[in-house]
Design a protein around this ligand. Structure first.
Ligand SMILES: [Ca+2]
Ligand SMILES: [Ca+2]
Length: 132
């Protein structure tokens, strides 16, 4: 490890940086709570969102919640409108699919993991998911 002179400000920065890197239990203050997986209509856990503790084979009936009074929902349901995801599962990750009934292309998001901006393959495509 490189040695350097520590000044009070730098030390604080180190502590903060280490804290963030060590154990990201949460993507952000994202309105996603323990045991939930949350999908957001905009990148980096912003915009309108929906949270689940269980499986869901059809997002067409999931009316998103606003995080703040300023949020404008991109769409009336979460179907084909998720751009970021936060998994705060207690035991499991989640597998996300582009089609109804856990069909079509998909990917696994490990427990405690998160994606600030889905790749073009999945952005505004997700329609169902299951835990574990
Ligand atoms: Ca649903
Ligand atoms: Ca879809």
């Amino acid at each position: 490890m490189k040695k350097f002179k520590v000044v009070p400000g730098a030390l604080l920065m180190m502590v903060v940086a280490t804290g963030v890197g060590a154990a990201p239990a949460h993507a952000v203050e994202s309105n996603c709570f323990s045991r939930e997986v949350c999908l957001y209509q905009q990148s980096y856990y912003s915009g309108c969102f929906y949270r689940w503790t269980g499986n869901d084979r059809d997002y067409r009936d999931n009316k998103p919640s606003k995080q703040t009074s300023l949020n404008v929902c991109n769409a009336a349901t979460m179907n084909d409108y998720a751009t970021s995801i936060d998994n705060d599962g207690a035991n499991c990750g989640t597998t996300h699919f582009v089609d109804l009934g856990e069909q079509g292309r998909g990917f696994y998001l490990p427990r405690g993991d998160y994606i600030g901006a889905l790749s073009q393959t999945y952005d505004d495509e997700l329609t169902s998911h299951r835990w574990c």
